[in-house]
Design a protein around this ligand. Structure first.
Ligand code: DQQ
Length: 649
């Protein structure tokens, strides 16, 4: 479209449409009324769901944090509503475990309160999903996110906003953008930020318009001198892009951060699909007002379905710093990440970006994007990176949903957390993998530490680790397996996989061994985080890294999958592990972050002071020795920005 108006007006009156309400974070009467009725509706919905399921939820054990009753009050199956697909977006409800036999567990308030995390980012209440437009500006890290201000389920999506000095402690700000124009009436969906050379910021985001057609919109800060970037202006010429010919109206979303071409144009990608082929459409623009759609696709992979939240960025082949999105020198590889609507996992691959052909070609086609490596083998979706110019690093955010029942989410009043932001580097040793690692600022939450050196764990044994309550921990561990056992073990042509195995109770000659996290004394609840070494009939060893949620809770209405994948272990490397335990979330990183698994677990007994930590070795033959350093972790301050009314808006 052609628009000759000046780009980035300096005052809101230049850029806003006088016939439509201002998107300035202040709540007009109409918005307040809709919030009131929204809350009323949530209350009614919660009441309805409670009565539908027939569960009393609050039991006689309400005030006993260690309540261990497993009695269910009624055997009605849980059938959560499907949320998302009808609106043209992927499934947003936890339906995985909801079969005919699933019955509601009588969750009591102390169990549910325990589940809230202490150092992962969460809004104060309600539903959150994708990270949006993360950036660093004038001394503050900004985090925007998909947010439902009315209920702890997906719907009515707007942009939440919080700021931090260190990516750990957060201050909540007013909503950055609400659904107040026809072009985003059905939702202010995911988008990304781009810094212009003069330091100004543009935000491209998807609007689900009044007819639920997906369009792209432009927004920018009302006042670039405000470090808090509280007010946002939506460009008066929105939408700037509508679905192009050949693309369905509900298959056009989530613009990436733009990068500069050698001709000085901005280029970015948008996720889509053509039949069952996932594709990344590409556009060029000089001014973010006029756009040119380029022929072909940045990448297309058959059978992968709709691509959401595409991310595309360079990584250094030699250096240890992250790179600005526009860097494209011979010293870089490019990473492409797509979020697959069909299976709700984030896949990436490393390859080469050909600017002239406007294509990205993976180094190894067998692990093309969408069919090979994943950022995380647990619950983790819609991730987005940004270049942190403050610390020269690339930082990854990812949405971690719930895997309990929607009824429990309604009862606790919130749903979803964000991962601890992770730095991302190319793993120079494998060349294929990325290394994801919690940002170093998380170390500031470490309290007292416990060290255990060369603890011997015999085959078939469990060793308790005295570290106090084990619900907020940072654990670093290294394991050595007996050489003799490795050599002696006979190979097999049976291929192992974490998910299809019997979990940590399936014994092999060389594993499983690792940690039992969030376990009670009697081990009636436990989440094993472990390695399993398989020897092939050719004598080669393959190491797997898994999380077994099958005994994480005696409740049946929670997801109990076994997660994991292979982790490359190169010559001379010991098996190493880092685990962040934060109430209902376990983020675990194997081998410097080559393979990562995030679990959401909902124990009923292994909570508060009853949550313990153990080492285990369930191999039949190999002895293992472990050295560990474990820190109790402080809670982060995550609260509303104080005295905001005194700040200029
Ligand atoms: N979430 C947004 C979409 C995106 C999806 C809607 C991914 O823009 O495709 O909340 O979770």
């Amino acid at each position: 479209m052609v628009d000759t108006r000046p780009f980035l007006p300096v005052s809101s009156s230049d850029g806003s449409n006088p016939s439509e309400p201002l998107a300035n974070g202040r709540k007009p009467m109409k918005a307040l009324l809709s919030i009131f009725f929204g809350l009323l509706a949530v209350g009614l919905l919660a009441a309805l769901l409670t009565s539908n399921n027939g569960s009393d939820f609050v039991t006689e054990n309400e005030h006993d944090p260690l309540a261990s009753s497993t009695t269910t009050t009624k055997s009605e199956p849980l059938r959560p509503l499907s949320r998302g697909p009808a609106a043209g977006v992927s499934e947003k409800s936890n339906r995985l475990f909801a079969d005919e036999n699933t019955v509601a567990f009588p969750w009591n308030n102390s169990m549910l309160s325990w589940q809230r995390t202490a150092f992962h980012f969460q809004p104060e209440r309600n539903w959150m999903n994708d990270p949006n437009g993360p950036l660093f500006y004038k001394g503050w890290y900004h985090f925007f996110y998909q947010y439902n201000p009315h209920a702890p389920v997906w719907g009515d999506i707007v942009w939440g906003h919080a700021v931090s000095k260190d990516l750990i402690h957060w201050l909540h700000l007013p909503l950055a953008m609400v659904a107040d124009h026809t072009y985003d009436k059905s939702g202010v969906w995911t988008g990304s930020a781009t810094f212009l050379p003069d330091g100004k910021i543009v935000m491209l985001y998807t609007g689900s318009n009044a007819q639920a057609v997906q369009v792209q919109n432009l927004a920018y800060p009302a006042d670039h001198s405000d470090p808090l970037l509280i007010n946002w202006i939506k460009y008066s010429g929105n939408p700037v892009l509508v679905p192009p010919p050949g693309i369905l109206s509900k298959d056009f979303r989530d613009p990436t951060t733009a990068w500069l071409t050698s001709e000085g144009k901005w280029r970015f990608a948008i996720g889509s699909k053509v039949n069952k082929t996932g594709v990344a459409l590409v556009y060029d623009t000089k001014d973010f007002i006029n756009y040119e759609k380029l022929d072909g696709f940045l990448r297309a992979v058959d059978g992968t379905g709709m691509w959401e939240c595409v991310d595309f960025f360079p990584v250094s082949k030699t250096g240890e710093n992250g790179l600005d999105t526009s860097v494209n020198t011979p010293d870089v590889k490019h990473v492409m990440k797509v979020s697959l609507d069909d299976d709700r996992h984030d896949y990436y691959t490393v390859g080469t970006y050909h600017e002239k052909n406007v294509t990205f070609v993976p180094d190894d086609l067998t692990i093309d994007v969408g069919i090979g490596l994943r950022y995380d083998y647990g619950v983790y979706y819609a991730a987005k990176t940004f270049y942190d110019q403050n610390k020269n690093r690339r930082v990854l955010w990812g949405w971690i949903g719930e895997s309990d029942s929607e009824a429990a989410d309604l009862q606790k009043g919130w749903a979803s957390v964000q991962s601890i932001p992770r730095t991302v580097l190319l793993d120079k040793k494998t060349g294929t993998h990325l290394l994801q690692w919690p940002v170093q600022e998380i170390d500031s939450l470490r309290l007292n530490s416990y060290e255990f050196n060369h603890v011997s764990i015999q085959a078939g044994s469990v060793v308790p680790l005295e570290v106090g309550p084990a619900t907020q921990l940072d654990i670093i561990a290294e394991f050595k397996i007996e050489k003799e056992a490795l050599e002696k073990a006979t190979g097999s042509n049976v291929t192992f996989s974490c998910s299809s195995s019997g979990g940590a109770k399936e014994r092999g000659a060389l594993g499983p061994f690792g940690l039992l996290v969030l376990a009670d004394d009697s081990l009636s609840e436990q989440t094993p985080v472990y390695f399993y070494i398989a020897k092939g009939s050719d004598g080669n060893l393959k190491t797997f890294f898994c999380n077994d949620q099958s005994r994480s809770s005696v409740a049946s209405d929670v997801n109990k999958q076994i997660y994991g994948s292979m982790v490359p272990v190169l010559k001379g490397e010991n098996l190493s592990l880092r685990v962040l335990v934060d109430h209902s979330i376990i983020e675990s990183f194997a081998h410097g972050g080559r393979t990562v698994i995030t679990s959401r677990v909902y124990p009923t007994r292994a909570i508060y002071g009853a949550a313990k930590l153990f080492l285990f070795n369930n191999a039949t033959e190999a002895g293992v020795s472990a050295s560990l350093k474990i820190w109790q972790m402080n809670s982060a301050f995550i609260r509303p920005y104080p005295n905001l009314d005194n700040k200029s808006r």
